[in-house]
Design a protein around this ligand. Structure first.
Ligand SMILES: [Cu+2]
Length: 149
């Protein structure tokens, strides 16, 4: 009886471990088509764009981003200020349950400030994204041609 109890305890422990592993592997958040534009000359700023899919039943929120390629990284949006498009930092971007958030030219984007090296077409760089629920996710960003949309 004693041995059986111990096995039961081990089994329970393994089961708990597997459940935690499954939860981590099946994050409802997926980041797709991350891209940026090649920078020309001595440009010190760049931007990254992507789509965040939320296949879960709870809202999530993008809280911030980090990248080795730039001194600082911010979440930005564009606002129409009397016909002039201006960028403005935002604290968070909502990713609604069963929906998506789209970061694209002219709208939400990740701003790369103080580029440490030019972004070269055809290369990729890692971008870290921090979500309120999904945690920290690192995605590869593909650098496309200058002027790509
Ligand atoms: Cu910006």
């Amino acid at each position: 009886m004693r041995a059986l109890g111990r096995n039961g305890l081990i089994f329970g422990g393994l089961l708990a471990f597997c459940l935690i592993g499954t939860a981590a592997a099946e994050s409802p958040i997926a980041v797709e088509n991350a891209w940026s534009r090649a920078t020309a000359g001595g440009a010190k700023a760049g931007a990254a764009f992507f789509v965040v899919e939320n296949r879960g039943s709870n809202d999530d929120t993008l809280l911030g981003a980090d990248a080795e390629v730039a001194d600082s990284v911010e979440l930005h949006t564009h606002i129409n200020d009397s016909g002039v498009m201006r960028m403005r930092p935002v604290e968070r971007i909502l990713v609604p349950a069963g929906g998506q958030a789209t970061l694209q030219p002219g709208g939400y984007h990740v701003m790369l400030i103080g580029l440490r090296a030019p972004l070269v077409e055809g290369t990729t760089f890692p971008l870290g994204l921090t979500f309120a629920h999904a945690g920290h996710i690192t995605v590869p960003v593909t650098v496309k041609a200058t002027g790509a949309r």
